[in-house]
Write a protein that binds this ligand. Structure first.
Ligand SMILES: C[S@@+](CC[C@H](N)C(=O)[O-])C[C@H]1O[C@@H](n2cnc3c(N)ncnc32)[C@H](O)[C@@H]1O
Length: 375
């Protein structure tokens, strides 16, 4: 994906000033620290005070594209609940619920399963005060009671289904760059005009820190890894292995670990310079699904996939669901439904780049749609 270097000359953001001051005092900061501040700084972090979704915002996510996305994940959850032997009490956990749209659609769809909702406890992991308020409004309208937590570790133990859509891409990533045969951590520093610029830490990192798959990389190559993602993925795996359960992780990224700089900034639906306006743009990086699967299965959970989002949704019955909704829709709604379905599954939109990884307790049967052979 091309990343135009734009935004030069735009006004500095409030957070840009804060980060520049930190660097002036403490020296250059690693890329993961920069990303964590850009998204989660208490006062000026991108997610902390705004609704970033939709046409008026910066980007759109699958649940905001079409209700069918959340509904099909709801069907997946209904099957998952049965595979856990229909527990009387269980946790439905969502990581990074955005506006709450996915969860509301999911709960509506899985509620058709008799008994499922009786002992369901909804737990949300969310850092944004602004989005927590929006989520609470969405759930009030949908008649859903929920409890919010800062971290997955704070959610009570118990049998759980865990859902995450476009959550892991927002967790900070570290970068190393190879220079003269040695790997150095990529950092954010200041140039002589006091502007944020990328640089490299002067000391080479210990060889043990370099992922083994990067051994043959050429000078100038960048590798990414994310202790923050690994830690959450390990906690997901620990919970479902210890207590029984399953997880469904959807995000954009690559199936195999590979070299490359995937850090990106999106503002008003356009790619921009990652350092231009911290706090004003969404900064993410592609998810390395090989690393994610390895972390989430560290305690023995079983992985399925990743498969493409297009493949997942079609096998879960997207076409059939669209037909059902079309049958009772007016002409405008029908257009919206088919445009939404198209956007979710087509290869040049969300269908190919987005991947779906399922993880289950090792004793659970293979979950749908991973038990369906390709036709
Ligand atoms: C790109 S949005 C995805 C929202 C939603 N899942 C959807 O598909 O519409 C990322 C979500 O993760 C939350 N988030 C990002 N980093 C987080 C963190 N470190 N801890 C908790 N929530 C976080 C954001 O506030 C937001 O709700």
């Amino acid at each position: 994906m091309s990343k135009p270097k734009i935004d030069a000359g735009e006004r500095r953001s409030a957070l840009d000033e804060v980060i520049a001051d930190m660097i002036a005092v403490d020296g250059p900061m690693p890329v993961d620290r920069y990303m964590a501040l850009a998204l989660g700084h208490e006062a000026h972090g991108y997610y902390m005070g705004r609704d970033p979704f939709g046409r008026a915002g910066d980007f759109i996510t699958a649940p905001e594209v079409s209700q069918m996305f959340g509904e099909l994940i709801g069907i997946w959850c209904a099957a998952g609940w049965q595979m856990m032997d229909a527990p009387a009490e269980w946790n439905l956990i969502e990581l990074g619920p955005g506006r709450g749209t996915l969860l509301a659609d999911l709960v509506r769809a899985c509620s058709v399963m008799p008994g499922l909702r009786d002992g369901m406890k909804v737990h949300l992991v969310e850092m944004s005060p602004a989005l927590k308020t929006m989520q609470a409004e969405t759930f009030k309208r949908a008649g859903i009671e929920a409890t919010w937590h800062e971290r997955l570790e704070d959610v009570p133990d118990g049998q759980s289904l865990i859902i995450a859509n476009e959550f892991f891409d927002a967790l900070p990533v570290s970068q190393l760059q190879k220079q003269s045969g040695h790997w150095h951590e990529r950092v954010v520093g200041l140039n002589c005009e006091n502007k944020l610029v990328f640089g490299l830490a002067s000391d080479a990192v210990a060889p043990a820190l370099v992922p083994s798959w990067a051994a043959g990389a050429a000078d100038g190559e960048i590798v990414e890894f994310s202790p923050a993602r690994d830690a959450v993925a390990r906690e997901v795996g620990r919970r479902i292995t210890q207590d029984m359960g399953a997880a469904l992780i959807v995000d954009y990224g690559h199936t195999r670990s590979a070299v490359g700089d995937t850090l990106q900034a999106i503002r008003k639906h356009q790619f921009g310079d990652v350092l231009a306006q911290p706090g004003e743009a969404d900064i993410t990086s592609h998810v390395d699904f090989e690393a994610l699967a390895s972390a989430v299965t560290a305690d023995g959970a079983k992985p399925y996939g990743p498969v493409t989002q297009g493949d997942f949704l079609i096998k879960m019955g997207l076409k059939e669901r669209e037909e059902m909704l079309r049958a009772r829709a007016d002409a405008r709604q029908r257009i919206r439904l088919s445009k939404g379905a198209q956007r979710l599954v087509s290869g040049n939109q969300m269908g190919q780049l987005f991947k779906v990884l399922a993880v289950t307790h090792p004793d659970m049967p293979k979950p749908a749609p991973f038990n369906v052979e390709a036709t």
